[in-house]
Structure formats: structure tokens, C-alpha cells
Design a protein around this ligand. Structure first.
Ligand SMILES: [Zn+2]
Length: 200
């Protein structure tokens, strides 16, 4: 499904991968998403030594599984693969496929609710950097740097945390902010459902 994908240059000269999904023409590989009880989600994932076809296949599976969920990002250990690989949906619906990602620059703070595909139906308040620059290898093994702000920056930080075995519930501003979506009512419920639908 990445056959049509090419490394392209975005408006700021940033490398990004456009995701081409053609319904019915691609093999969908949707992997089960593990939940917080699974030990692999509490462990630091291993660095990838070489970006080969098995890593490209892993990125494909992650993208498919994220879109199916649906979600805003997904880390390899969430599907049981303890490697430093993840996908994040960008502002323009592109999908970033990242290998050995690291945050190299941060600025500002944002406080908001987030959820996790590995803890379905729950949301909690987490403070994150407002903007981050992530350095990673892309699916061709080339180094890319991605600038992001707001919601996308939050998604990058959430996924990179997963690769270090850190969960959003480890970063709550207060345990009192952890809610089950179905226990909320009215506007709060509506907002929590939107947050849960954009989890990573
Ligand atoms: Zn998550």
C-alpha cells in the first residue's frame, strides 16, 4: 500500500510521506492492539539496526491498524513488536512512519485531555510540550526532521512515550482527571468521545 508513496517535501521543506490508501486495492493487515495489562507496553522498545522490508511491512501494518481503530498514532509495541517504530497522523492527513524517533527540540506547554488505543474508553488530562521537533529515519532509512505543534505535537509525544514504556496515565496532571468516557454526561461526554476517537 506504500507503493505510491514517495518522499516529498512539504511547505516548510520538511520531509513527509503521503499515504495513499485505495480501498479494495490494498491488502489490509489489521493487528490486534494490546491493552495496558500487557508487559510489552511497560518496557523500553529496542532500537532498529537497519530499515529493511520487514520494518517497511511493520510501518504498513501500523498505519492500517491505526486507520482502522481509528486513531491518531500507534507505536509498534502496541501491536506486540518491541521496536522503536511508530506512525503518527499529520495535520494534512499524511501519515508519518518513524523509525528510531527522538525529540530534539521542544517549546511551550499545552494541557489537555488525551486517550490511548491501548486503554479504550478512558481519557485523562496530560501536560505536553506545545511544539516539538522530532528526528527519525523514514521508511527508506533517510533522516527526517518533523516540526509539529498543538494536537500533532501531542500525538508525537504520546507515541514516543510508548516506545519508552511510558503511558499517558503515568503523566496525568492529577488522578482525578482520569475518566471513563461512558461515565461523563453532556458536553464533557461529547468532548471526551472526540478525544478518545483521536487517541494514539
Ligand atoms: Zn497510546
Amino acid at each position: 500500500m506504500w507503493g505510491e508513496s514517495e518522499l516529498a517535501l512539504g511547505p516548510q521543506g520538511l520531509a513527509w510521506i503521503r499515504f495513499n490508501r485505495v480501498a479494495g486495492k490494498i491488502e489490509l493487515v489489521i493487528r490486534p492492539i494490546l491493552t495496558f495489562e500487557h508487559p510489552v507496553l511497560h518496557q523500553k522498545a529496542r532500537k532498529v539496526a537497519r530499515v529493511d522490508t520487514s520494518i517497511q511491512r511493520l510501518l504498513d501494518d501500523l498505519a492500517e491498524t491505526m486507520l482502522d481503530a481509528p486513531g491518531a498514532g500507534l507505536a509498534a509495541n502496541q501491536i506486540g513488536v518491541p521496536l522503536r517504530v511508530c506512525v503518527v497522523k499529520g495535520d494534512e492527513n499524511q501519515i508519518w512512519g518513524l523509525v528510531n524517533p527522538a525529540i530534539v527540540k521542544t517549546s511551550g506547554t499545552q494541557v489537555g485531555y488525551e486517550g490511548c488505543l491501548s486503554k479504550p474508553g478512558w481519557v485523562g488530562e496530560v501536560e505536553r510540550h506545545e511544539a516539538v521537533v522530532v528526528k527519525a529515519l523514514n521508511r527508506h532509512g533517510k533522516e527526517v526532521r518533523i516540526k509539529s505543534t498543538g494536537f500533532t505535537a501531542r500525538a508525537f509525544q504520546h507515541e514516543l512515550d510508548h516506545l519508552d514504556g511510558i503511558l499517558f496515565t503515568d503523566r496525568l496532571t492529577s488522578l482525578d482527571t482520569l475518566h471513563r468516557v461512558e461515565d461523563l454526561i453532556g458536553e464533557e461526554r461529547y468532548e471526551a468521545e472526540a478525544v478518545a476517537a483521536a487517541s494514539g
